[in-house]
Design a binder for this molecule. Structure first.
Ligand code: FDA
Length: 306
């Protein structure tokens, strides 16, 4: 249902709709399912619960596209504080950052300085930073920044590649050559067919191809999907090829397919949960709604009742 998905992703960018969703009490349980809270304390409590269930985490402070250098620097300071609190509380969690939140729209050099400050801090604490991948206008700039830092920080920094982009086959080969740690996702943005596979079937096939390549020849791959067929195929491939657990982990989003999360842990697979928190949850929340178009009905019903 690509039209519904496009409509949901359009809604994710509409500030007026954000006010409606925020003001609708019936939307709250749905929001709470995908967002671990608005404060760091709430998010750390969620991570503690995941750890107790045998899962590690990666914390994401929600926010995107800052327009002011001070805001970008404040975001970097917030992330350093999150790293300190992870260390102080003893939970098992890395962090995930978005470069537009660190100033990529203002000046790539500013985003690089902010990212460097965070990764440097993470290295001192023995932790790691994943650089989330945003829409296609940012792909090359995000990879450039990643590769500028990777020689110095190695496994303290992880990149994200989106299987739906045609260019990703090439980016996978670069990642293999650089021995970079990769999180492979299908891709969550609305991209035109000139640069991205338009059908789910083609995206799934691309994901499988790229994943096998990374599992066999890559340094470390985070298999970030809730797609049961892909997970089953990946586990079969890993077994057949004799690939050890030091080369991969599974990753899933907070609140999505909790049954499958539990199942993977029971099977003894390493699993990390992406845990978003913060006040600016609306665009992230709407991207999650777009992944399952039936969710649109829940949102509209909540707005109507609110
Ligand atoms: P697919 O969309 O085919 O879903 C497979 C099944 O999972 C569905 O049939 C349904 O059962 C379930 N499911 C999936 N999403 C659901 C939802 N929202 N609600 C309920 N059920 C759902 N993207 C990106 O562009 N940049 C990034 O940096 C990241 N980072 C990231 C980190 C992690 C840890 C994960 C798991 C995902 C991302 N993503 C991302 C999102 C990713 O691109 C993709 O949009 C989602 O993971 C959904 O795709 P699936 O691979 O799960 O497959």
């Amino acid at each position: 249902m690509p039209l519904l998905r496009t409509a949901m992703l359009w809604m994710a960018r509409q500030r007026q709709l954000e006010a409606l969703v925020r003001a609708a009490p019936p939307a709250r349980p749905l929001v709470q399912r995908f967002i671990a809270g608005e404060t760091l304390d709430e998010a750390l409590a969620a991570v503690r619960q995941l750890n107790a269930r045998g899962m590690t985490a990666t914390l994401d402070v929600l926010g995107e596209n800052v327009a002011d250098a001070r805001e970008a620097q404040a975001a970097a300071e917030t992330y350093c504080h999150v790293l300190d609190q992870i260390a102080a509380s003893g939970v098992e969690s890395t962090i995930s950052v978005k470069l537009t939140m660190l100033g990529l729209d203002i000046d790539p050099a500013l985003a690089q300085r902010n990212l460097e400050a965070i990764v440097d801090h993470a290295r001192r604490l023995g932790n790691r930073v994943a650089v989330d991948m945003e829409g296609s206008p940012y792909t090359q700039r995000t990879l450039d920044l990643f590769y500028a830092l990777h020689p110095r920080y190695g496994d303290h920094i992880e990149m994200v590649l989106q299987a739906y982009l045609y260019r990703t086959e090439r980016d996978v080969e670069d990642a293999i050559a650089h021995r970079a740690r990769v999180r492979l996702v299908k891709g969550a943005y609305d991209e035109p067919p000139t640069i991205a596979y338009p059908s789910k079937r083609a995206v799934d096939a691309a994901y499988r191809r790229q994943l096998e390549r990374l599992l066999e020849h890559g340094h470390f791959v985070s298999i970030a999907t809730h797609d049961e067929a892909i997970i089953r195929a990946a586990r079969g491939f890993i077994r057949r090829m004799g690939i050890g657990p030091y080369k991969y982990e599974f990753q899933m989003l907070y609140g999505v397919r909790r049954d499958l999360q539990e199942q993977l842990v029971r099977l003894g697979e390493p699993l990390r949960i992406y845990v978003p928190f913060g006040r600016q949850w609306y665009p992230y929340f709407m991207r999650r709604m777009a992944e399952r178009p039936v969710n649109l009905l829940f949102v509209l019903r909540a707005i109507a009742r609110g």
